[in-house]
Design a protein around this ligand. Sequence first.
Ligand SMILES: *Cc1c(COP(=O)(O)O)cnc(C)c1O
Length: 487
Amino acid sequence: MTGDYASGGLVFKESLLWEKGKKGRMAFSMPLSDVPVAEALPPAMAGDGPDFPDLSELEVVRHYTRLSQWNYGVDSGMYPLGSCTMKYNPKIHEKLAALPGFATAHPLLPESLSQGALGLMFELQEMLKAITGLDAASLQPAAGAHGELCGMMLFDACFKARGEKRTKIIIPDTAHGTNPASAALCGMKPLSLRSGPDGILHAEDVAALMDENTAGIMITNPNTLGLFETNFAAIAAIVHEKGGLVYCDGANMNAVMGYVDMKRMGVDVVHFNLHKTFSTPHGGGGPGAGPVCVTRELEPFLPVPRVVKKDEEFALETDFPGSIGRLHAFYGNFGVLLKAWAYIRTLGDDLKRVSELAVLNANYIRESLKDEYNLAYEGICMHECVFSDKGLKALGVTTLDVAKRLIDLGFHPPTVYFPLVVSGSLMVEPTETESVEELNRFIEAMKRIRKEAESEPETLLQSPSRTVVGRLDETGAARNPCLCGGM
Ligand SMILES: *Cc1c(COP(=O)(O)O)cnc(C)c1O
């Protein structure tokens, strides 16, 4: 990426790393070889490769430091990106994940030499079972969407075992886009379920869709409007009565930990987003982990190998004839599992406090901004609150303008234009890790933007003005990515 940047009153042209340096410059001196030189590679396998730039260490350090300064992360400030749970991740967890015994463990080591890692995975499975109230767990899925895919494969395997073929699945209109995608990958046709005027699902609407050819339902709870699905148990009963199964998208578990028993709610499979709920920095797309917990009925189908405990030893067991097989090479993103284990062990019963504070902070923001911005739904919310663009449109500004102006005022924008059921939605998830002072600063910034929308809307339309690049053609960037040249 290129751009101009200012330093000490001067404006410099920032260039690509590719254009920096000079032939022959280097940042690293390799020691002389002290082993016999190997035979040359066959010519078909050798080549010059890309024309990498020759750079000094200082050039590399400055380039990447500058890029990091142009970036914005949870470690720079509040990042209220709804649904994504961008909370602060204690640095000690990175240290734990870097402990040599874990970081250098090889997945092909025999079980006898992997007891620490296997034991940690076994304990994490037990903790996730305790948090959901369900009977068995698999840590294999590598992301939320992967957990959904795993869940749909488990549904499919269960129906096959029952001698049934079910090809449809009910998915609410507020669901994350990954839900219908995961179901479709499993050959199921998504049936769209409308949420009610109160933003939640209603049993009679599910009853109208549910039949003997429908595999069941995927429900996010709390849903992506930040509302608790209070009819969940009644809906699950309707689905079960027709022989169907209930999937819960548990990406929003941070709102209900210690308060909700998934099994009693009627859940057959639920996935976690360990990278959202349990401490892993995940901006920019990874790595993650999306373990699933299931009922006793679905346990035989879980992916293999499974981590089990036999006579006080931990082992990897593959002898489960009903299993859907492997979902991942080896055991998933182990470092993410380790950080989740450490987070849960550190907090213990205080996991409840995490949920309480996540919900309290979201409601603080909802109450503080409800006069300036239009609340999509009245009433108490869970871990995130959603505003609509009603009231902004008349002023000639959009949700996007508000989001871009927030960047100038020092905040990462909330999620915008999702969920689709709210016009110009602005979804704020403050998370439990922000202090009241930071929440107040965010609220002040949002109030100021509302005033500016009336008195000087052009300020919003021209924002962001303090970033290296202004508004990007996001669709163009996705359709015609330019990965090698300047802008
Ligand atoms: C984030 C999220 C997902 C997808 O999780 P990934 O780890 O990004 O695949 C699914 N559902 C909901 C509600 C989410 O917030």
